[in-house]
Design a binder for this molecule. Structure first.
Ligand SMILES: [Zn+2]
Length: 89
């Protein structure tokens, strides 16, 4: 739980500076969407946190507000914080 909260507190700027990728996964239907962090910065500003963005998202498939943030830190399949996607490979 602590790690999940930590990701929510990261700012968009921190993701950009570290060169990480950001995806959101629906906790209901497992739809996985990789987002362009720079687009989010344009919409919400660099100081917005992942948690703020995540709470605004509605799943396009099941229409639930149950997104969780997954940060991709590298190219290996386990390079995800807090966990790698459930539905994706
Ligand atoms: Zn969904």
């Amino acid at each position: 739980m602590r790690v999940i909260q930590l990701v929510d507190e990261w700012t968009l700027q921190a993701i950009v500076e570290r060169g990480h990728g950001l995806s959101f996964e629906c906790d209901n239907c497992w739809r996985l969407v990789a987002v362009d962090v720079l687009t989010l910065v344009g919409q919400f500003g660099p100081a917005a946190t992942i948690g703020e963005v995540r709470r605004k998202l509605v799943c396009k498939r099941c229409h639930k507000r149950r997104a969780r943030a997954l940060v991709r830190t590298g190219n290996r399949k386990d390079d995800w914080i807090p966990t790698r996607p459930r539905g994706g490979r």
